[in-house]
Design a protein around this ligand. Structure first.
Ligand code: 4AD
Ligand code: MG
Length: 432
């Protein structure tokens, strides 16, 4: 018999189909027996009545437990009350693959650590399923966005010889006879080299930060997409970031209605995510914080609370640009109008989700870049190749990095980034 999936049942109304999956729930109400089957594409309820089906089928039913794996056969019946719009009138259980042991995750509430320890099983729940489907859609949209605009995907290495985003969050490992290697914090420096070869590129992969803080926004392993464009300046960079975010949010709204419903996400706030986004300077952000009575000092980076307060002033993402260069990375170009400032931009998500994009125009002058590397005591020899990019046909260029997990967290309306990645890595968690 042809394989059918729950998400395709609407094409089989009135027909008999066979499904394979796992028991999400079983119950009996007198003579009526219910199996809620999960197959990865959805949930469907199968029903049978004792006396109307062979006794052997009822006996098989009685052996089933939550998460047992099996195939079922039944006739597809339209039912507007059913979550997917269809039910099955069960006719057979052709095969039982496994009778599951007592399943630890039941339909009652569990603590977050209990669930996190069982992440390999927790992923089966409807809520986690919905989050992962949104994540998938976001990743697909990211790829489509750049692919449709003539960007070339150029992968950057994970094992690197030096820091890109500060030395305090480096994971290091011994590397044969060559000393230390570090897990990449960002593919950007390689992205810049690639942009000088291909014009418009993006890299997209896992990045690593030994974050010692325990916050709802930090993972030690997270996915980042980083476009880099030759001949773009900071304004162009902001234009790209704005178009990109609008595309992600609107595409998720169009394609993930059922998932957002499972997550009880209030989508009215997401509808607003259309360009143009407000653009404010760091100075203006500092003024907002002062006006709100926060003890913010000019020159420091925006903390989590500061970002929340600033973003609450707007109904869509806000772009904060021109930060003090002291708090930003060595590769950012100084503002020619005011060399105390870096041509940097952070995009802050609404509803208190904080920074989801960090980007900048890059320093394209050899001497200025060398000075920065020396000031920050970075190992010059490890950056020789990077300096070559300023020796051989240097041009203005800019790019940014978007953190996938923070974006998923915001769009899904979650409490914590730990639910946005299949197997989260945090300071206190390396398993499962
Ligand atoms: O602002 P960041 O550090 O920027 C860079 O790494 C640049 N090299 C990107 C570039 O210009 N090509 O990080 C970019 C984004 C943040 O805005 C945030 O969304 C995410 O990466 N991010 C994290 N996400 C989860 N956990 C962490 N520890 C993160 N650190 C950064
Ligand atoms: Mg940043």
């Amino acid at each position: 018999m042809e394989k059918t999936y729950i998400q395709d049942l609407h094409r089989h109304a009135g027909e008999e189909v066979q499904l394979q999956g796992w028991v999400s729930n079983i119950r009996s109400s007198g003579k009526v027996k219910f199996i809620v089957l999960r197959d990865g594409t959805g949930l469907v309820q199968g029903v049978m009545v004792k006396g109307q089906v062979p006794d052997s089928l009822i006996e098989k039913f009685e052996t089933l437990t939550q998460e047992s794996s099996l195939s079922i056969k039944g006739k597809v019946r339209k039912d507007d009350r059913a979550p997917g719009g269809f039910e099955l009138d069960l006719t057979d259980i052709p095969h039982i693959y496994n009778i599951a042991h007592e399943y630890p995750i039941t339909h009652k509430e569990h603590g977050i650590e209990f669930l996190a320890d069982r992440r390999h099983l927790w992923l089966r729940s409807s809520r986690q399923h919905a989050i992962m489907r949104v994540r998938h859609r976001i990743i697909k949209t990211i790829r489509d966005f750049f692919d449709n605009r003539g960007f070339t995907l150029i992968d950057s290495p994970i094992l690197t010889p030096a820091a890109c985003e500060g030395t305090s969050t480096l994971f290091e490992t011994d590397y044969f006879d060559l000393g230390k290697a570090y897990l990449s914090q960002s593919g950007q420096l390689y992205g810049e080299a690639s942009a000088m070869a291909f014009g418009k590129i993006y890299c997209f992969g896992p990045t690593f930060r030994a974050e010692k803080s325990k916050t709802r926004r930090h993972l030690t392993e997270f996915w980042m997409v980083e476009p880099e464009v030759a001949f773009n300046d900071l304004e162009d960079d902001m234009d790209l970031a704005e178009e990109f975010l609008e595309c992600i949010v609107q595409t998720v709204l169009q394609n993930c209605g059922p998932e957002l419903k499972v997550l009880e996400r209030d989508t009215t706030k997401l509808q607003n995510v259309k360009k143009p986004f407000p653009r404010i300077t760091y100075d203006e952000a500092a003024k907002i914080l002062h006006d709100k009575g926060l003890p913010f000092e000019w020159g420091s980076d925006l903390g989590g609370t500061d970002e929340t307060v600033v973003s609450e002033q707007f109904d869509r993402p806000v772009m904060v640009h021109r930060y003090p260069s002291e708090v930003k990375a060595f590769y950012m170009k100084r503002d020619p109008q005011n060399p105390k400032l870096a041509l940097a931009v952070d995009v802050l998500a609404p509803e208190g989700y904080g920074e989801i994009i960090g980007g900048s125009q890059r320093e394209d002058d050899l001497d200025a870049l060398l000075t920065r590397i020396k000031e920050q005591h970075l190992p010059e020899s490890a950056f020789e190749w990077y300096l070559d990019l300023r020796r051989f046909g240097s041009v203005p260029h800019a790019g940014f990095g978007l953190g996938v997990e923070r974006t998923v967290s915001w769009i899904c309306g979650l409490e914590h980034v730990r639910e946005t990645i299949p197997f989260p890595r945090m300071i206190y968690r390396l398993t499962p």
